[in-house]
Write a protein that binds this ligand. Structure first.
Ligand SMILES: CC(=O)SCCNC(=O)CCNC(=O)[C@H](O)C(C)(C)COP(=O)(O)OP(=O)(O)OC[C@H]1O[C@@H](n2cnc3c(N)ncnc32)[C@H](O)[C@@H]1OP(=O)(O)O
Length: 419
């Protein structure tokens, strides 16, 4: 598999990432499940977005190629119910290419609002019903296996009878015992669940755990005669900082659908960041036809909706993702641009080509800069870069402890003009 769809990659970028990859294939028909409006909003430091912000996000999700959005727990409050109904109507009214899911406990009263919304909005809401499956959850809740099986079967039956697709979610799967999981998975398949969602609820998993769990789940599905009928979801959290890596490995190991949230916003330290999952798959040569130029808008909208700032050094969408003040870096980018080679300029000092995602390389002037930065800055603004002017700006930059603002540079330009 070639690393990028770019015909020039093979001769100009030697790709060590590809060694050993051959033969191990991330399935090309992977799908994406966006949890921003459910798990994302479980973070204690987010503000609950208003409905207009939620609708805007729904539109952006459909633009970046999300297949299904989990849009809340309609059973949790009247406001949640109303928002979910409104979002479902937005999807049907605008024929957005986006499926919807709603979360609920394996409790009938959490499922019935989803049935009502499906009927009123004319959309099949995927029922994402969860119950804790690990010994640690069982201990805290005093649940025995029979209780969990009975509750789960009852909830799945209600949803299936209403004609809704069901993803059966074993909370804390990554710390659950295999005998417990085997019993629950078989029960869910027998009762008509079309997906088993493996949850790293507390961010415990490493890639080895992901591989073992997915292999185990596949063997249960196959052994139960449901191969090709029941799909596997991966839902991961970032407590060990491994959410993105685990999500990518989950796809590699055979998960059909992967969950993520904008900017990784979610419970505690969050989930796998959806934009980074998409970014990495794009760079692996997958998602060739997916237009990801709306990712900046998706992340900015999510950040604004929950009242967060995107960190300046955040990949892809952070302010500095494609910005340099460094003399050696800037000189090389400028040389590439001077050759009229946009491809080269976008890759020479960037592991992620900005143009692929609707962004561009930026060069600024600071204490680490050289004459190239200043020349470039002036030419971009159609100001003649005389030797004296370049030297004066560079002197100011070298004596400064920050990147020069446009105003600061223009003040030097005016000062030199006035001489
Ligand atoms: C997959 C996940 O991320 S889990 C997180 C899901 N999201 C949320 O919890 C956010 C929205 N939640 C809420 O608004 C509220 O917690 C509600 C409406 C769901 C429930 O509120 P309350 O009835 O007041 O219960 P409370 O929140 O105090 O406790 C949760 C209850 O759910 C129970 N519960 C949790 N999962 C299940 C389940 N699968 N089946 C049955 N009961 C369950 C707990 O045992 C506890 O019951 P208890 O009150 O009898 O001890």
């Amino acid at each position: 598999m070639s690393a990028t769809p770019d015909f020039r990659s093979d001769d100009l970028i030697y790709d060590w990432n590809e060694i050993g990859r051959k033969g191990r294939l991330i399935p090309r028909d992977v799908t994406f499940f966006d949890e921003t409006l459910r798990d994302g909003l479980q973070n204690p430091s987010v503000a609950d977005p208003n409905i207009e912000q939620k609708l805007k996000l729904i539109h952006l999700m459909s633009k970046i190629g999300i297949h299904v959005a989990d849009i809340g727990l309609p059973g949790s409050s009247k406001r949640a119910f109303d928002d979910v109904l409104r979002m479902c109507r937005e999807i049907t009214d605008n024929r957005l290419p986006l499926g919807v899911a709603c979360a609920g406990r394996t409790v009938v009263s959490d499922i019935t609002p989803m049935i009502e919304i499906s009927q009123r909005a004319g959309i099949p809401v995927e029922v994402y019903c969860f119950i804790g499956s690990s010994p640690i959850r069982q201990l805290a809740e005093d649940w025995d296996l029979d209780t969990i099986v009975k509750r789960s079967a009852e909830a799945i039956d209600v949803a299936v009878k209403a004609g809704l697709p069901v993803a059966y979610v074993t909370e804390d799967t990554t710390r659950s015992r295999p005998d417990m999981l085997a019993t629950l998975f078989k029960m869910a398949i027998d009762h008509g669940a079309s997906r088993l969602c493996l949850c790293d609820t507390v961010g415990h998993a490493t890639p080895d755990g992901v591989r073992n769990l997915i292999a185990f789940t596949k063997s249960i599905i196959a052994g139960h005669g449901a191969d090709g009928k029941v799909r596997i979801d991966w839902h991961g959290h970032n407590d060990r900082g491994l959410a993105l890596e685990n999500a990518l490995w989950a796809l590699e190991f055979g998960a059909d659908r992967v969950h993520g949230t904008a900017l990784g916003i979610g419970e505690r330290v969050g989930n796998a960041a959806m934009e980074l999952i998409l970014l990495n798959l794009k760079l692996l040569g997958l998602l060739e036809h997916q237009d990801l130029t709306h990712m900046l808008d998706y992340c900015n909208t999510a950040a604004e909706a929950v009242g967060w700032q995107i960190p300046i050094n955040y990949p892809l969408v952070g302010r500095d993702a494609f910005r340099t003040a460094t003399g050696v870096h800037a000189a090389a980018i400028i040389k590439a641009q001077g050759k009229g080679d946009a491809w080269l300029a976008d890759r020479i000092y960037s592991g992620v080509p900005a143009g692929m995602f609707g962004r561009k390389q930026e060069i600024c002037v600071g204490y680490m800069s050289g004459a190239s930065n200043v020349n470039f800055w002036l030419r971009q603004r159609r100001i003649e870069p005389s030797k004296e002017l370049v030297e004066a700006i560079l002197k100011k930059a070298k004596g400064s402890s920050h990147i020069l603002s446009d105003e600061e540079i223009l003040a030097v330009v005016d000062e030199m003009k006035a001489r």
